[in-house]
Ligand binder design. Structure first.
Ligand code: GLN
Length: 336
């Protein structure tokens, strides 16, 4: 199955001026069909290596920066071959007509701007592949920073009491955060909350895929409403786009569900909802780790400090991502 290196396709939720997106050329319907017919004739019976090279050059011509990687992943998906098998067989193995049809349909979607992860329904995150659907946010590499920070807290969270620590992910979506945490932290129990039943079905699917379903309780919920606590570690990557940003979505997020992105007029609606209950559900000494959008960290920190949480010497209250953007707010409930 397609591998981890999709992570090279960083697509944050902000408009990233440092990373120009593919300028995708509008194709006239007729020209497109003609082109597809041509590909079908040429690719049926052609070696996988030649098809892969040709597809790479079409994607590159369309301005796609990750053309070679994308072409390989699509050829793997169309043929069902792992990366290793593709390398071993691509000179001798030929594409069948059925595989060519599948590949062409996927290539057209890619040329129209859809990310490869959406087309193949899988995204690599923190070393594991997660199934995604149109109902969940496509996991972003910067969210791995939150997972890393949470794992650093592991001994300190475990020191809070003798039982299994309870980790809670509010707005779990694909489950990439909570499932990664449970997979890395066998002693922990998890709770995944999401308002979307369709998203929770994907969370469950990914929990089963990575062997943590028995330790994950999935609950359909409007933020923290049903949580009684005490939670040892609360994590969330909530929606954080403003209404104005939702009006004109950058290409990076056009294929993500609006529910996973929209956060009211000012982009802080979800943080406000979380701040109302965060201190109540956290155990004294328990931790909160929140992903935030570019430019939101200070305000979110202030909001949760007002709600009774405090920075702690174990982690800086604001962690920065590789682009230098304040990306994770880390605070703690007093009173160990
Ligand atoms: N927790 C999921 C993720 O980080 C979903 C987040 C969301 O839908 N906003 O990818």
């Amino acid at each position: 199955m397609p591998p981890q290196d999709q992570q090279q396709q960083d697509r944050g939720r902000q408009v990233r001026h440092d990373m120009p997106r593919q300028p995708l050329r509008p194709q006239r319907q007729h020209g497109q069909e003609h082109r597809m017919q041509g590909w079908l004739q040429r690719w049926s019976g052609q070696s996988l290596a030649d098809v892969r090279h040709e597809l790479t050059s079409h994607l590159r011509t369309a301005g796609i920066g990750t053309a070679a990687l994308d072409a390989r992943l699509l050829v793997q998906q169309a043929t069902g071959l792992s990366h290793a098998c593709l390398i071993a067989e691509e000179r001798t193995r030929r594409l069948t007509t059925d595989e060519a049809r599948i590949l062409i349909r996927m290539a057209v979607r890619r040329l129209q701007g859809e990310p490869v992860s959406r087309i193949i329904g899988l995204r690599a995150f923190f070393g594991r592949d997660f199934v995604i659907s149109p109902d969940v946010l496509d996991p972003r590499p910067e969210t791995e920073l939150l997972v890393e920070a949470a794992l650093k807290l592991r001994p300190h969270v475990e020191a809070l009491h003798d039982e299994s620590p309870l980790l809670c992910d509010a707005g779990a979506g694909s489950g990439c955060i909570i499932v990664s945490l449970l997979a890395e932290w066998p002693a922990a129990q998890g709770m995944a909350l999401d308002i979307s039943a369709a998203a929770l079905a994907i969370t469950r699917h990914n929990a089963a895929r990575h062997g943590v379903a028995e330790r994950l309780h999935c609950v359909r919920a409007n933020w923290l409403a049903p949580v009684r606590g005490p939670v040892d570690l609360l994590v969330s990557n909530p929606p954080y786009l403003k209404a104005a940003e939702m009006q004109c979505l950058p290409p990076e997020v056009r294929h993500d569900p609006a529910l996973a992105l929209a956060a009211g007029e000012d982009g802080f609606a979800a943080y406000r909802a979380l701040a109302r209950k965060a201190a109540d559900v956290l155990r004294p000494g328990g931790w909160l780790l929140l992903e935030v959008g570019a430019g939101q960290a200070e305000e979110v920190r202030r909001m949760f400090e007002q709600a009774g949480l405090r920075p702690d010497s174990l982690l800086p209250p604001i962690l920065h991502d590789l682009a230098g953007i304040g990306r994770v707010v880390a605070l703690r409930r007093d009173g160990r």
